[in-house]
Each structure stands twice: as structure tokens, then as C-alpha cells.
Ligand binder design. Structure first.
Ligand code: ADP
Ligand code: MG
Length: 273
């Protein structure tokens, strides 16, 4: 007998370059309540090693909450999230989930870089010091090694000439590129981006997207919440549309954009395109 399929399900074939790649992130049956407010209503999603997974959806649909659950900045009310086959935020004992100790959560987060909408750099530290901070403080790297690596990363995001500048002396786009370099300094295997360009002046968006595009090309696994449909089409391997705390549809970005199967997706895309 054929398997039961929900009306929204559709076969999603990974792009050829990712065929055979392992799942780096597995999200199964995730629900999230804030009090009575049921914000995530059963999310299932996987992200393969090397995949660029783009998440879109209206404001309030739960995109940020979902990203925050992936590195356990939020607890989850039901379901499971694995990164690299490791259950995030919890350990399972006798069928029950127990929240991990903060130190164990911190260890899991080291492998997951996150870049937020608002550049959250340390204002009293230079670009270089911002990038060096976590490797020195968290990993205990010696300063010379951390500095060398930080300068490489600043070069990679096109800011080698801004190493000594303080955040206030940098444009929003430059600050966001420092934030990306800072996240990369911990050598994460997964990068989460939550609307990294939506607080930027339009002329600064391109430089940040280019850095993300290069990162994608280098093989980084990325989950990107964005309204930049061009980026989704060009760089994304998968495009997932969320609304009301559920995944409405997911597939190859070109297909979803050109041919949304669900009315809600069509309506949303018509507003952002
Ligand atoms: P999106 O990123 O798609 O705009 P969010 O994940 O930020 O959506 O928010 C989804 C819903 O959850 C919204 O209704 C928001 O008000 C609510 N929400 C988010 N964070 C909290 C919180 N810490 N406490 C209560 N409600 C929250
Ligand atoms: Mg959000």
C-alpha cells in the first residue's frame, strides 16, 4: 500500500551536488509554545551537509523561533532536533527528555555559528578583537594563533583594512561582515543566518550577500532566513516557505518561486517579488 502523504507533501529531490550527502540537521515534529501561543506547530525539516537551506515566510510565522531552537536559544515544547546526530539541548533517558547542563549546551553551540539581523558586536572592541574573542576566551586559543586566523577571516569578508576599526566606525554592512567572520572563527559546521541583511541600507546588502555566497560555495552548511528572493534562487539548494508555524511547502528554489504549489506561498511571493 502506498504511504500516507499529507496534502502538502511533495517529493523534494536534493540537488545533484548534494545527492548522497548526510543530513547535518534533522528537525522532527518540533512544537513550540510561548505560554498559550502555539508558535511552531510540528516542523519537520532536514538540512544536508553542504546544503544552503533558505527559509522564507511572513513576519510572525516562526522562522526566528525555529532557528533559535536549532542552537537551543529556545527550549522546544515537543519534538527533536539533531545536529550531526547529536540531540540538541536535551538528553533522552527512559523515553524522557532532560535539558542539558548549560556547559553542554555551550559545547553544542560552538559548532553552530549564528548571525542575527542586528549586528551584535562588542562596541568597545575592534573588528579584529571581536573576531578573536571567542577563540581566545572559549577555546583557549593563544592570542597569536587567534590573531592570524582572525586576520585571514577579515580578509575573507573583504575587511582586512578595517581590522583596527571599532564597530561605530564601520558601516552596517561592514559590521555584519565582521559578525560573520566572528561566527566563522569558531570553525562551526553549521551557520544560521536570521535576516542578516534586513537592517541594512539597500546599497550595503550586496556585499553581505556576496560573503554569504562565497561561504556557500566553500561548502558550508547554512540555514538562511531572508526576504532576498534573488539570493534564495541563486544560492539556495532548498527553499522552504513557512506560515503560521508550519512548513507550507519546500523544494528547489527555482521551482517554488516559478511554480508555487500552495496558494499561501503564491500570495506571499507575489508580495516580496
Ligand atoms: P518570524 O521570525 O517568522 O517573524 P518569530 O519566530 O519571531 O517569527 O515569532 C513567531 C511568533 O512567536 C510571533 O507571534 C512572536 O510574537 C512570538 N514570539 C517570539 N518570541 C517570543 C517570546 N520570547 N515570547 C513570546 N512570544 C514570542
Ligand atoms: Mg524573525
Amino acid at each position: 500500500t502506498p504511504a500516507q502523504t499529507s496534502p502538502n507533501s511533495q517529493p523534494v529531490s536534493a540537488p545533484s551536488s548534494l545527492r548522497g550527502a548526510k543530513d547535518l540537521v534533522r528537525i522532527e515534529g518540533v512544537h513550540k509554545y510561548f505560554g498559550e501561543h502555539h508558535v511552531l506547530r510540528g516542523i519537520d525539516m532536514t538540512v544536508k551537509q553542504g546544503e544552503v537551506s533558505v527559509l522564507i515566510g511572513p513576519s510572525g510565522s516562526g522562522k526566528s523561533t525555529l532557528l533559535r531552537c536549532v542552537n537551543h536559544l529556545e527550549t522546544i515544547s515537543a519534538g527533536r532536533i539533531w545536529v550531526k546526530d547529536e540531540l540538541i539541548g536535551y538528553k533522552e533517558k527512559g523515553g524522557k527528555l532532560h535539558e542539558l547542563h548549560v556547559k553542554e549546551v555551550a559545547a553544542q553551540r560552538r559548532n553552530i555559528g549564528m548571525v542575527f539581523q542586528r549586528f551584535n558586536l562588542f562596541g568597545h572592541k575592534t573588528a579584529l578583537e571581536n573576531v578573536m574573542e571567542a577563540p581566545v576566551q572559549v577555546k583557549g586559543q593563544d592570542k597569536a594563533t587567534a590573531k592570524k586566523r582572525a586576520l585571514e577571516l577579515l580578509d575573507r569578508v573583504g575587511l582586512s583594512d578595517r581590522a583596527k576599526h571599532y564597530p561605530a566606525q564601520l558601516s552596517g554592512g561592514q559590521q555584519q561582515r565582521v559578525a560573520i567572520a566572528r561566527a566563522l572563527a569558531m570553525d562551526p559546521e553549521l551557520m544560521l543566518f536570521d535576516e542578516p541583511t534586513s537592517a541594512l541600507d539597500p546599497e550595503l546588502v550586496g556585499d553581505v550577500l556576496n560573503v554569504m555566497k562565497d561561504l556557500a560555495k566553500s561548502g558550508m552548511t547554512m540555514v538562511v532566513v531572508t526576504h532576498e528572493i534573488g539570493f534564495a534562487r541563486e544560492v539556495g539548494d532548498t527553499l522552504t516557505f513557512m506560515d503560521g508555524g508550519v512548513v507550507v511547502e519546500s523544494g528547489n528554489p527555482r521551482d517554488v518561486i516559478a511554480n508555487p504549489r500552495q496558494e499561501r506561498t503564491r500570495e506571499f511571493l507575489s508580495k516580496v517579488l
